[in-house]
Design a protein around this ligand. Structure first.
Ligand code: 5GP
Length: 118
């Protein structure tokens, strides 16, 4: 796959503050936040999008969800957040390196699921 900005960030080639990191993923603030809290969980493995992940990625995908919960606690938004994965251009994906969005800090009950991320 083609390299992306998230490839450069996860490899440390673009200096970026990591809110959390481990051997499998990093967590950064979104550069154009769509909510008061908007962070991205990015696996170090450059899977282009969820729809091309396979069984080999199962443990990693589970890990990303566990990290999402931990980071939500770390940020104090564990009672009210939304997790979003945009898949494919038509699904609103702009960076083709799989990532999860955590959105919180505004009313998450109104509107469509991907509000603010289209
Ligand atoms: P997507 O639309 O692919 O689901 O989400 C990509 C997200 O990455 C967008 O919310 C966008 O604001 C964010 N983003 C794009 N480039 C950068 C960057 O260089 N740094 C950071 N921190 N976020 C970025």
């Amino acid at each position: 796959m083609e390299d992306t900005i998230f490839g450069k960030i996860t490899r440390g080639e673009i200096p970026t503050d990591f809110l959390y990191q481990d051997e499998q993923c990093v967590v950064i603030k979104d550069i154009y936040p769509q909510a008061p809290t908007h962070v991205l969980i990015i696996p170090r493995k450059p899977i282009p999008m969820l729809s091309v992940a396979d069984e080999e990625d199962q443990a990693l995908l589970g890990h990303l969800l566990v990290v999402a919960g931990k980071v939500a606690n770390q940020l104090g938004v564990e009672d009210a957040f939304r997790l979003v994965i945009n898949n494919g251009e038509g699904g609103g994906q702009t960076v083709f390196h799989l990532h999860l969005h955590i959105l919180a800090g505004r009313d998450m009950k109104e509107g469509e699921l991907a509000q603010g991320l289209s």
